[in-house]
Design a protein. Structure first.
Length: 94
């Protein structure tokens, strides 16, 4: 405990207790604010992640649809590499 607090306790105990109470209230309020903000950030992070997932899935589908006519003409080896490329596509956008 600091010197100032000790002096206050001796001279004005009532005022000090009120101040401490006020401080405690403010601290609790700040804690709830922080908790709320963390929660909001988590929600936002989840939303962004799901959005990224959906976008990458959509791109993958489009890519696969575009590949279909050409796939028929290619031989098996090229097909495999194309499939691998299509699988790696979402990673590029992250």
């Amino acid at each position: 405990m600091s010197f100032h607090l000790r002096v206050m306790m001796i001279l004005k105990p009532k005022k000090l207790s009120q101040n401490l109470f006020q401080l405690r209230k403010e601290k609790l309020f700040l804690m709830t604010l922080v908790r709320q903000r963390k929660k909001n950030q988590r929600m936002l992070g989840n939303n962004i992640l799901t959005w990224i997932k959906f976008v990458s899935l959509g791109l993958l589908m489009i890519r696969r649809l575009l590949m279909l006519p050409r796939k028929a003409r290619r031989n098996q080896f090229q097909n495999r590499s194309a499939r691998r490329r299509a699988r790696l596509l979402p990673l590029i956008f992250l």
